[in-house]
Design a protein around this ligand. Sequence first.
Ligand SMILES: *Cc1c(COP(=O)(O)O)cnc(C)c1O
Length: 403
Amino acid sequence: MSDPMNEMHPPTRLMLTPGPSCLSPRVYGALAAPLVGHVDPWFTEFMGGVQELLRRVFQTGNHMTFPLSASGSGGIEAAVVNVLEPGDEAIVCVNGVFSGRMAEIAERTGAKIQRVAAPLGRAVDPEDVRRAGKGRKIKFVGLAHGETSTGVVTNIDPFRKVCDELGAVLIVDAVATLAGVPLAVDRQRIDICFSGAQKAISAPPGMAPITVSTRVEELLRNRKTKVQSWYFDLTTTMNYWGKGRTYHHTPPIPLIYAMHEALRIVLEEGLEGSWERHRQNQKALIAGLEAMGIGLFVRDPADRLPTVTAINIPDGVDGAKVSSRLLHEFSIEISGGLGELKGKIWRVGLMGYSSQRGNVLLFLGALERILLDQCMKLTAGVGIAAAASTFVGAAPVATGQGR
Ligand SMILES: *Cc1c(COP(=O)(O)O)cnc(C)c1O
């Protein structure tokens, strides 16, 4: 072990993981701005600006919109525990680890939770939720818009319809999708939506933007029992993020600076521009992989999450060794499979500032080199060539995160 008193020198990594994604130099700059107190008048005004930018990214007019002092999982926790009261029943659509986490959090409240499952690599069928909820009093239906563990995107709209029929609140985990995949909270009538700072927004980890519809805000104010979690009680947290700006807990102020700059970057590019960039870069990645004879875990292209691609580890290839060489020789970090997909897939994130054309080509080049060493049969250069071809004639990327 090196002397812990030595100055730290973290390596510079290209993070092509399902989070965190790389930060823009502008965001690093914001992190270093002078610290002020959490009730400093300058800061309490600045908070309002951050909330306004979040509303634009969520595409909502919701008053209750702010970044929770927590990682994405804290967003799940806040959404679920604020809605549930003792004796409630709810449905969680489970198609992987993160939607499973929502079910687990909900179950820990003691509420009766029904998991409606889908095979890994697929989205849950809204028809199954309709059937499961029929004739029952369902408090909420929860789902992960982007299930990062398998690289699956869920079409939210049919679930809204089912929620209307059941009289249920719709909770959407948009941790891996906000700013990277089309999502409009008001138009899609999502009751509670939350995200994570470190994914397509490309801010440092540690904050979870959340937004709550007026109708559900009312529901929370009229709860019969207190929210079981003091820290995540949204109505009391709003004493700080709402008009009064009165102390609830001390938020991570520098992370709020960084979030502000990251949101400015997202909105300078424009949501449509950002969604298109994520789509284009994943298309290039997939073209490259397919040219190399490497298959994708999610079969149906309509189910594929644009921000995270799940890749089948080819037969005879040592997946962990490939990831390790990518990290040590190329300083590129990718992720492996979670749970039962461990050793079966790689997960490559092209999110936020990490979603750039050059990164796709760099990754494919490095991957090809390593796979050739593992004696995989492939023609040198085909992956990069196929990916690069998808960029020829493609619309130029707007300034902002893209380049
Ligand atoms: C990453 C992720 C989470 C968890 O976020 P943390 O910041 O790691 O707590 C939750 N849901 C989804 C869909 C995610 O991708």
